[in-house]
Design a protein around this ligand. Structure first.
Ligand code: DGY
Length: 315
């Protein structure tokens, strides 16, 4: 281990390829949990970079006087206080692009599973009920005839839109500013989008600006055939309002890959038969997670070689 190598802190759980590469290319310091109290002052002084997929708040950042860069594992960086980091002159990077196709593919799969109930149909077969009771009941919901609304038309939102456009479905979206390059129907407000569609796909990256944005009014606007799909961040959905809308049949179904308090999922959601729930797996294939891992470490490598970070988060 050379003293010349920049010291990179890995606080808590991380993808194994990030760990392997950081250990090979830098001097690594690992923490079992993101608790800086476990490090002595001399070690904290040595840390130049952080590779992380956990919460990095202002206090955490301030524990490291010589910190230069935080490389976040994930395109969503709502767990990092990027504004505080910028104020301290600390670079923050994320992992855009390399996961867009995987997340978009998964989102289409989640939508189909939610509508056509494949997880329940498979459980029916495995329980021997096909032979005993006959075919699985016909599903009331289908993709055919749906009008798609996408909340958040960034790279992933656009990749989802392109796929569902190929299914022959009309695409609407809500973003702060209209995009002239996409040819879909823009709505200035989320409420306007929800009134125009029956299928709302939420892809926004989380954060204070969109906290609980999908509330009871938005859900009711989708109508009783309405379907909510959420693959951005759980904080965007008012989960209590969603549980109410699903249990009272004010919307038809929901497919969720993200939750407000992961890995804890409200029991009331788990108990609902019209909710299709995944444990935040939209980008979770080996190849995509490896690509994300490489981007985390390549950002660190570029920075400490004196080059610009490859994927700095937007200002
Ligand atoms: C991301 O990259 O933000 C995904 O949610 C996977 O963590």
């Amino acid at each position: 281990m050379s003293n010349d190598k920049p010291v990179i802190l890995i606080p808590g759980r991380i993808n194994p390829r990030v760990r392997e590469r950081v250990e090979a290319e830098f001097e690594a310091v690992s923490l079992e949990t993101a608790d800086t109290g476990l490090l002595d002052a001399a070690t904290r002084d040595k840390v130049h970079g952080i590779a992380s997929m956990t919460t990095i708040d202002a206090g955490f950042i301030d524990s490291f006087p010589n910190l230069e860069i935080i490389a976040n594992f994930g395109v969503g960086y709502d767990a990092v206080d990027a504004r505080h980091a910028a104020g301290r002159g600390v670079m923050v990077t994320n992992t855009p692009d390399v996961l867009s196709d995987e997340v978009a593919d998964t989102t289409v799969g989640l939508l189909l599973n939610t509508l056509r109930e494949f997880p329940k149909a498979e459980a029916y077969l495995r329980a021997g009920r096909w032979a005993a009771e006959g075919g699985y009941p016909l599903t009331r919901l289908t993709l055919r005839g749906r009008t798609i609304g996408i909340f958040g038309l960034g790279r992933i939102g656009l990749a989802i839109a392109r796929r569902l456009e190929a299914f022959g479905l009309p695409i609407h979206y809500h973003t702060r500013n209209r995009r002239d390059d996409v040819g879909y129907t823009w709505h200035e407000t989320l409420a306007g989008l929800a009134r125009a569609v029956d299928t709302l796909i939420v892809v926004v990256p989380g954060g204070a600006a969109t906290a609980n944005a999908v509330n009871a009014d938005i859900l009711d606007a989708l109508g009783t055939d309405g379907v909510l799909i959420s693959v951005g961040r759980g904080s965007t959905i008012d989960e209590l309002a969603l549980i109410g809308a699903l249990s009272e049949g004010r919307i038809a179904a929901a497919g969720l890959d993200v939750f407000a308090d992961e890995p804890n999922v409200p029991q009331a959601l788990i108990d609902l038969p019209n909710a299709c729930l995944l444990p935040h797996v939209a980008s979770a294939s080996v190849s995509t997670r490896n690509a994300m891992a490489d981007l985390v470490v390549d950002n660190l490598g570029a920075w400490f070689a004196g080059r610009p970070a490859i994927t700095p988060v937007p200002e």
